[in-house]
Write a protein that binds this ligand. Structure first.
Ligand SMILES: C[S@@+](CC[C@H](N)C(=O)[O-])C[C@H]1O[C@@H](n2cnc3c(N)ncnc32)[C@H](O)[C@@H]1O
Length: 231
């Protein structure tokens, strides 16, 4: 299968240049790798190949507009590398870690990072595991795309975020409904300032809808429970 070019995917080359700058050839190489091996290795469906640029690569990269300069980012459930790899390519100032539990996907991510020559760490594990939380906790931003419903995601991911940092969950059009449904549980998990944000409004035909949750600077229920036990 050959990779689809930017214009075949209905994307203006200027948009991709704007997002990736001098690293656009690396983004194109990532598209090639997904096209050549991603389908064979069961990471993306064959129907995704013609829309890799628009629906996956650029859709992920535009989330960079929410991430502060020099932030540490943990991409939970990175799978094929989304959104972590496009974010690392669009924003070399970020320190990106890709977290993924499945060995086969960890192998793929390790190969991709080596092939692209980008300084991204790949860690095998689940977000909610104590070892993972010890190792990766304190991130400025945790991203997740298509990993779990919001309440579950907040329970897994907020402990990885430093107080005052953000969980950035890439969601579809139903983000508003999901937020309304899960808001109480997210607050109980230590989230605050919950909002739905559109990214890439000026560059993408369909912007990326994201739920942003700040980790409360006040202590979470788990912290309080731990403190009570320690007394
Ligand atoms: C549907 S895939 C999405 C992959 C990628 N984020 C994307 O958008 O293409 C969900 C990924 O989340 C991973 N995952 C599931 N539960 C997880 C957990 N508790 N912690 C970290 N990753 C998890 C799965 O192994 C899988 O690779």
């Amino acid at each position: 299968m050959s990779a689809v070019s930017l214009d075949e995917d209905g994307v203006a080359a200027g948009t991709a240049e704007q997002l990736f700058g001098v690293r656009l050839p690396l983004a194109a190489r990532y598209v090639d790798l997904l096209t050549e091996q991603g389908v064979l290795r069961g990471l993306i469906g064959p129907r995704e190949v013609p829309r890799l640029w628009q629906r996956h690569i650029l859709n992920s990269a535009v989330v960079a507009e929410l991430i502060p300069t020099g932030a540490t980012v943990v991409d939970v459930g990175s799978g094929a590398g989304l959104p972590g790899v496009p974010l690392a390519l669009a924003r070399p100032d970020l320190t990106v870690t890709l977290l993924e539990p499945m060995a086969r996907r960890v192998g793929w991510l390790t190969d991709v990072v080596a092939e692209l020559g980008i300084p991204v760490e790949v860690v095998r594990g689940r977000a909610e595991e104590p070892d993972v939380q010890r190792r990766l906790g304190g991130a400025d931003v945790v991203t997740a795309r298509a990993v779990a419903p919001l309440a579950k995601l907040a329970g897994w991911c907020l402990p990885l975020v430093r107080p005052g940092g953000q969980l950035v969950a890439l969601k579809g059009e139903s983000a508003g409904d999901e937020l309304a449904r899960d808001a109480d549980l997210v607050r109980r998990a230590g989230g605050s300032e919950l909002s739905v944000v559109s990214c890439g409004l000026e560059v993408l035909p369909v912007p990326t809808t994201v739920i942003v949750v700040r980790r409360d600077t006040a202590r979470t229920r788990d912290d309080l429970r731990r403190t009570r036990k320690d007394r």
